[in-house]
Design a protein around this ligand. Sequence first.
Ligand code: SF4
Length: 339
Amino acid sequence: MKHVNVALFAVHGGCPHMCSFCNQKSISGSEGNLKKEDVDSAVLTALKGSPDGFGNSGEIAFFGGSFTLMDREYMVSLLESAYFYVREGLFKGIRISTRPDGIDPEICALLKKYGVTAVELGAQSLDNRVLAANNRGHSAESVVTATRMLQESGFETGLQMMTGLYLSKDEDSIETAEKIIALRPDTVRIYPTVVLEGTELDRLMKAGLFRPKGVEESVALCAKLIPMFENSGIKVIRVGLHSGGGVEGKMTGGAYHPAFRELCDAKIYLEKAVSRLKDMPCGSYEISVARGEKSKMTGQKRQNIVHLQSLGYICRVSEGEEIVKYDIKIRKCDDIKRT
Ligand code: SF4
């Protein structure tokens, strides 16, 4: 069964800081505070399509804000509502996201008590200079401490990082990825910076003090980061902000594309094909990829095929067995016509 997340947004709930890039209302498309009844309503709507529940494939997820730093009674009321459906066996568990400084042993025990199975931390960077410049209000060391505490408590642990923040260079992002890999989280999300109206980054950009990276530059960087994680056995579950909500209408700069991950994957495949083909004579080749990866090798609007053609390689893409994601096999093939 396909994994299902019933996603609920607690807008700026519990945030002790206003991070340079954040405008939660734009990201979530939600204006008001999440209520207990909203949990029931979202879960019951999801269950209409699957009355027996989602078993091991479903989670109730609280995103946005700093869940564990919210008013304690309010946080528990949301967890209680969600935990009811977990106890009924309709969902596997509850997923929350929070800040590294919102984790301590008491919180870990409370989250366990109310059926939380996965915790994601907004790390954003593991460079203290970048964290301070973007008003995160926590250190790289607190990410390490919180991650270890969550792992020792048995939570599935996810880390979120951002690229292209104020005063961040590509080398910083690569270093952050290396430090995250050393922490061995279960999952990672990568968010290239999107500048939203009304944020500190918007002000810095308009004052000429910050130049956000566009889509192309961010895709090039993320195409380096994704294989670093995936080759280390860490699943990258999201790259780029979700479409929908208010992002499209509220962004003033930066790297947003509704299919950002697909662009990164296409870039990864193109670079791999170019590096393998460069030692082969120009001509016709078949490139085989893992099942389900053909469109990524081909690229949007066949861009990768067209690019390879411009280098003198006429290529056809097929899917093969025993090929792992992001790997390719190339064989000479004389029956392909130029398109
Ligand atoms: S990024 Fe997270 S911690 Fe920072 S203001 Fe937004 S929700 Fe709060």
